[in-house]
Design a protein around this ligand. Sequence first.
Ligand code: PLP
Length: 459
Amino acid sequence: MSDREAFGPVLDEAVVLAGRWLDGTREGRIPPTVGIEQVKDALGRELPDRGPAPTDVLRRMAEAIEPGLMRIGSPRFHGWVMGGTQPVALGADWLVAAWDQNGGLRSVTPGVVAAEELAGAWLLDLLGLPGTADVGFVTGATVATLVGLIAARDEVLRRAGWDPQERGIAGGPAIRFLVGAERHGSVDSAGLVAGLGRGRVVAVDDQGRMRPDALREALAEGSGPAVVCLQAGNIHSGAFDPLGELIGIAHDAGAWAHVDGAFGLWAAAAPRLRALTTGLEHADSWATDAHKTLSIPYDCGIAVVADPDALHRAVAQHAAYLASSADVADPADRVLELSRRARGVPVYAALAQLGREGASELVQGLADGAAMIADGIRTIPGAEVLNDVVYTQVCAAFGSDERTRAVGQALLADGVALASPSSWRGQAVLRFSVSNWLTDSAEAERTVEAVRRAVASVD
Ligand SMILES: *Cc1c(COP(=O)(O)O)cnc(C)c1O
C-alpha cells in the first residue's frame, strides 16, 4: 500500500465528517443534547480485541460524540471566554498534525520554527510589546502566566542576592505575590504551581480594576522581592487595570509586573481600543491566548517575557550553554515543554491571512458586537447591564437573582444563543462574552432576540 493509499481514505473521511459538523456552525443548536455517560454508551465501553477499519472508527466516533459537542464556534455562543476557529487556522492546524513536527528545537524542525518565530514577531508588533521580548507558545493563558511567574520568581530572587538555579527556591527570601481581587482563577493555579502561593489580594474598583492606591499600600506593607499580577480584560466587565500607573508603582517598589491578558491584550491591535492598554508595554511579562480572540483551534496560548535572559535562566534546558554563547534560544528554552506540536503555526496562518487591518477589524468587531448586545438588552423591560461595556464582555441582570437564573435556564433551553450564568459583585448575572469572529450585527441581534424570548418565557 502506498503512503497515499494508507492515509488518503482516512483523511478524506475526516474531511467529510468535519465538513458535516462545520456546516452547522451558524444554525446548529448550541448546547449538547446528551451527557458523558450517554456518549460512553454510544462509543462502546469495552476495549475491543481488534477494532474496525480506521474510517469506521472515525464514522462511529463522529456519530457518538457529536450530540455531546458544544457549538463553541457559533456566532451566538457567548459562554465563558471561548473563541471559534477561522477556516485558515483550522486548515493550518490540520497541516500541523499531518506534518507532525516536534516543534521544540530549531535545528530539527526549521520549517515550523520559522513560521512560529515570524508569528511571534508579528504578535509583538500587533500587541505593542517590545520587539526584543521573547515569545513562547504554550497550551493556554494559564500556562503562559505560569511561565511568566516562574521567570518573575527567579529574577526577583536573583536580584535579592539568591541564586534559584543553584540553590532552589526553598530557603530563599520570601516573595510577596500581589493579585487583584477579581483576577482570573487560573492566576491562583499558576501562583500555586510557581511556589508563590495564592497571593495577597489587592482591592479593585467597581469595574474590577486594581486600585493604584491599594497596590501602593500593599507594597508598602512589606519589603523584599515582589511579583504583581495585573489584568487586561476582566471576564465579567471586560475592564482593564490602569496598567501604566500600576506597572510604575510595581517597578518603583522593585517588583516584577506580569499582565494576564488572555483576551484583553488583543485590544492593543485595534486603534479605537488601544487606549485601554496604555502602558502595557512597560510590564515584565504577559500572558495571552490565540484560541480566544484570534479564533484559532485549541490549544494555543502565548507567553511573552521582556527579558529573554530571565526567561531562559528560569526554564531553558540549556541555560548555561545559552549564557555562554551567541546561540539563539530554542523554542524549548522559552516554555516548559520540549516535545510539542507546532501550535504557533496556525497563529502564523491566521495573521498571514488577516494582516494588520484584518486583525484590528476582528478585535474591533468583537467589541462592537458586545456593545450591540448590551444596547439590545437595555431595551428589554426589567433587564439591566451592570458593567461599563468597554470591550467584549456584557454582564446583565433581569431583576432578582432568581429571575436572572431563570432567564439563563430559558436561554439555554432555547438553544439559539448561549451565555454563562455567573455572579458578579454579589449579584447573579448572565455573562455574554463576544469572542467569536463570526459575531456580526445580525448575529448580535439574534442573540438579543433570543434573550427577549427567554425573558418573555419566564414572565
Ligand atoms: C481564559 C482566561 C485565562 C485562562 O486561559 P486558558 O487559555 O484557559 O488557560 C486566564 N485569564 C483570563 C482573563 C481568561 O479569560
